[in-house]
Ligand binder design. Structure first.
Ligand code: FUB
Length: 323
């Protein structure tokens, strides 16, 4: 081939590859597509992220939640995810009737504590919070107490709804003291004893504008953040404080209603020096929606004053494996 023929040929190949590259763009959200997954919670352990989620299994003609198990996935780069065997079900709690609602795992002293929402049996009607424990982030997990940590009757002075004791989030402060926040319509918190399975003191409440559910506590620098589901359909809002017990200053909305889902349940993740917002939407078609949700991940950015920029939900998600 003559020199200029080679040049034309190479440019043509480059052009085709560029166009091909554009049309082959990866849409990495939702990150899990083989199953419907909801209510994400994440931890980082040994350079990997572990994602815990409820398994949304509602058939198309059921317009409510059907979650009979929780799932666990791991990833070393936020792009490639591995599913592990089912680690926990409501039936692993003898006192529970079902409903694998929102849950969160936290590591302490080499053990992994999984705080879960379930429906209690008829001895304490309503939603309840239990704790499971394991030596490994992927289980097997077993009931750590043998009874619920929180039952509906413990909070009836604040509201008489039976589903207010849901969505636990647990945070261990720099001095080693653990706190659990939870709630629906009322945001509760309590100190936990060092063993992580007993309350240490009275249940307290926090007043937050339009609090619905899904509290998540995290810390970045000197600031504590309480993010939560706001209004209905749910957006995500947040408050900031210099202490894990407040006072909390409301800072506004963090995320819009997530596509095709009337709930919006977030986890906030720091991994290899970057920050991420993990949430669910109902975007998988033809049958995704409020009761068949899917976990997504997008970037989260802080401003210099500690406030958080509004999340941009994307279909692209995380494009490059995080090294
Ligand atoms: O998945 C069941 C419930 O929906 C969760 O507990 C709430 O946070 C909402 O996402």
């Amino acid at each position: 081939m003559k020199k200029n023929t080679v040049l034309v040929f190479s440019l043509t190949l480059f052009g085709v590859a560029t166009i091909f590259g554009q049309s082959e763009q990866n849409f990495n959200n939702p990150i899990i597509t083989e199953k419907f997954t909801a209510d994400p919670a994440t931890i980082v352990h040994n350079d990997s992220v572990y994602l815990y989620a409820g398994h949304d299994e509602a058939p198309e003609d059921l317009h409510f939640y059907k979650l009979d198990e929780w799932l666990v996935y791991s990833s070393a780069d936020l792009v490639n995810w591995k599913e592990h065997p089912v680690p926990l079900k409501p039936s692993d709690f003898e006192w529970a009737k079902g409903d694998a609602w929102a849950a969160e795992v936290i590591e302490k002293d080499g053990k992994f504590y999984w705080f879960v929402t379930v429906e209690h049996d008829d001895s304490h009607p309503g939603k309840a919070i239990g704790v499971a424990v394991s030596d490994s982030p992927v289980g097997p997990f077993k009931d750590a107490i043998g009874e619920a940590l929180i039952t509906n009757d413990m909070t009836t002075e604040y509201t008489d709804i039976s589903w207010d004791d849901i969505d636990p989030t647990v945070f261990i402060d720099d001095d080693g003291q653990a706190y659990m926040y939870w709630g629906n319509t009322v945001c509760y918190y309590v100190k936990l004893k060092d063993n992580m399975i007993e309350m240490d003191g009275e249940i307290q409440t926090v007043d937050l504008p339009n609090f619905v559910e899904a509290p998540w506590i995290h810390k970045k620098g000197d600031w504590y953040y309480l993010t939560y589901a706001y209004g209905f359909p749910e957006k995500t809002a947040y408050a900031m404080s210099k202490s894990v017990t407040g006072p909390w200053e409301y800072k506004g909305l963090l995320n819009e209603v997530a596509g095709n889902s009337n709930t919006n349940h977030q986890a906030i993740l720091e991994f290899k020096g970057k920050d991420y917002f993990v949430y669910h939407n109902g975007s998988i078609q033809p049958n995704g929606g409020s009761f068949r949700r899917s976990v997504c991940i997008d970037r989260l950015y802080y401003n210099e004053d500690g406030t958080i920029q509004r999340i941009q939900m994307t279909s692209e998600g995380i494009q490059e494996p995080v090294k």
